[in-house]
Design a protein around this ligand. Structure first.
Ligand code: NAD
Ligand code: ZN
Length: 249
């Protein structure tokens, strides 16, 4: 893999690296991306269509069952070489912030210590009616959706659905990190989901170095200083091994 020497120097000089990840970073852990879903195993469901308030209101059981299936997939998934290399980056760089759109928890499972989960986490539940949190689901086979203990409303997964707002506090924090980190690594995101997709643009506008890692062309190519084409589990470890040949595993 051809890694520009300028990028190696920029990584070695960085004291703060922000990492912005999407579904692609977990693809090699066996969790399909929504894009894969349209052609692959989810061809009969629209994953994006099921992840909405409208879908839940119309048929809470259908949405709940689909999330239970997704939880089953995520329960079996393990961090891949990209997640592990990002966790090990904390040994090379003073400050690493991982900002993720993923709900699978694999960055924390790999050992990353500063993870901002912009879209929440698949295991949590919250009441659709009163928004109070309820017990997390640890059994992907449990039938549901359970009833809220406070208002008897229906519980739903505590993730951000299409059309819903992110936590403003969390997003403000992510924005600050994107604007102040020396380098932003954008990994495995199609960059279609706003407002999260604006973070690389904000980093670039603030004068930060932006690197886009993805097997396919995305909208971030246009604003990236460096584009590395390939699968995350191959490119990310190779990049860090090139930058820190003495330290990286
Ligand atoms: P997306 O499905 O829209 O795009 C995935 C991107 O990953 C694409 O650009 C694709 O080219 C790239 N990709 C595919 N294989 C890759 C690989 N091996 N290495 C690197 N990149 C690869 O995903 P998105 O942009 O993250 O947005 C979808 C939304 O759906 C997210 O906001 C997220 O909340 C949710 N989602 C989460 C998970 C998860 O938690 N693992 C999985 C699917 C969807
Ligand atoms: Zn309730």
């Amino acid at each position: 893999m051809n890694i520009p020497s300028e990028l190696i120097a920029q990584l070695r000089a960085a004291s703060h690296i922000a990492v912005f990840t999407g579904a692609g970073v977990s693809a090699e852990s066996g969790i399909p991306t929504f894009r894969d879903a349209q052609t692959g195993i989810w061809a009969n469901h629209s994953a994006a269509e099921l992840s909405t308030r409208i879908a839940f209101r119309a048929d809470p059981h259908r949405v709940w069952d689909w999330y239970q299936w997704f939880r089953g997939v995520m329960q079996k998934a393990r961090p891949n070489a990209a997640h592990l290399a990002l966790a090990a980056l904390e040994n090379m760089v003073e400050h690493v912030t991982v900002i993720t759109q993923n709900i699978d928890g694999l960055h924390a499972a790999a050992g990353s210590t500063e993870v901002l989960e912009l879209h929440g986490n698949i295991w949590g539940n919250v009441c659709f009616a009163c928004r109070r949190p309820g017990p997390a689901t640890d059994d992907p086979k449990a039938n549901g959706p359970p009833k809220c203990l406070h208002c008897r409303g229906r519980m739903r997964p505590d993730v951000v659905w299409f059309g819903e707002l992110l936590s403003q506090k969390l997003f403000d924090h992510a924005t600050r990190m994107a604007k102040t980190a020396d380098v932003m690594l954008v990994i495995g995101t199609s960059s279609l989901v706003e407002p999260a997709a604006s973070l690389p643009r904000l980093a670039r506008a603030a004068g930060r170095i932006v690197v886009n890692i993805n097997p396919e062309a995305t909208a971030h190519d246009a604003i990236a200083h460096h584009v590395l084409r390939g699968a995350a589990a191959v490119v990310v470890p190779a990049l860090f091994a090139a930058a820190w040949p003495d330290r990286a595993a």
